[in-house]
Write a protein that binds this ligand. Structure first.
Ligand code: VGL
Ligand code: ZN
Length: 196
């Protein structure tokens, strides 16, 4: 079985959204165009409570872009984004979500962020995505979505370490920072992810 995991394709990550990824809107139709190549389509949603630790607004005297340390884990502070059930958390309206068999929600715990759709940033709590893929007898997983150097990277890295044959379709991802994306692609390649 061959699965596609669409990472955090949500309004807040598109131009005009709370945490906009430049040209993030340009991948929506490209993703629509490849859906028929897969046996199973899964989407992830960044799904934060209002008091989430990653929001700069929840910390006194901190700004977006500052880094705090919480229980030994560095946390970048972001604008409020992808608040549960908000319009910013929705899929883009031109995204064909009709073929999605499962939505994996992440970042729901107020006290820790979750860039990966498999585990939180402490590698503590699992979302159940590994079990879901194994039950469905998935061996090959392709990843697309936003943002390349955060949630796409960490999700794909966990996928390869969970033992799945893992690819990232680079033309169906966009990132926040071009140089960080280059570094992210190098790291993914080094860890055995196939970039296509
Ligand atoms: C993401 C930053 C904060 C992502 C999510 O989806 O890449 N980035 N939350
Ligand atoms: Zn987030």
């Amino acid at each position: 079985m061959k699965a596609l995991v669409i990472v955090d394709l949500q309004n807040d990550f598109l131009p005009g959204g709370a945490l906009e990824v430049p040209e993030g809107d340009m991948i929506v139709e490209k993703i629509n165009d490849i859906l028929d190549n897969y046996d199973l389509i899964i989407a992830t949603k960044d799904w934060h409570p209002e008091d989430h630790i990653s929001f700069a607004s929840n910390h006194k005297n901190k700004d977006v872009g500052d880094v705090i340390n919480s229980e030994g884990i560095n946390q970048i502070l972001w604008p409020d984004h992808c608040i549960q059930k908000s319009p910013g958390s929705d899929f883009p309206k031109n995204f064909n979500s009709s073929k999605i068999k499962k939505i994996v929600y992440k970042g729901q715990n107020s006290n820790i962020d979750s860039y990966s759709a498999f585990y939180d940033n402490a590698k503590d709590a699992s979302t159940g995505l590994t079990d879901f893929l194994r039950i469905k007898k998935v061996e090959k997983v392709d990843f697309v979505g936003l943002a390349t150097e955060y949630c796409v990277k960490f999700t794909a890295l966990d996928s390869v370490s969970e033992g799945f044959y893992t690819r990232v379709i680079t033309k169906c991802t966009k990132g926040l920072n071009e140089n960080d994306c280059k570094l992210a692609f190098d790291e993914m390649r080094d860890k055995g992810i196939v970039l296509i």
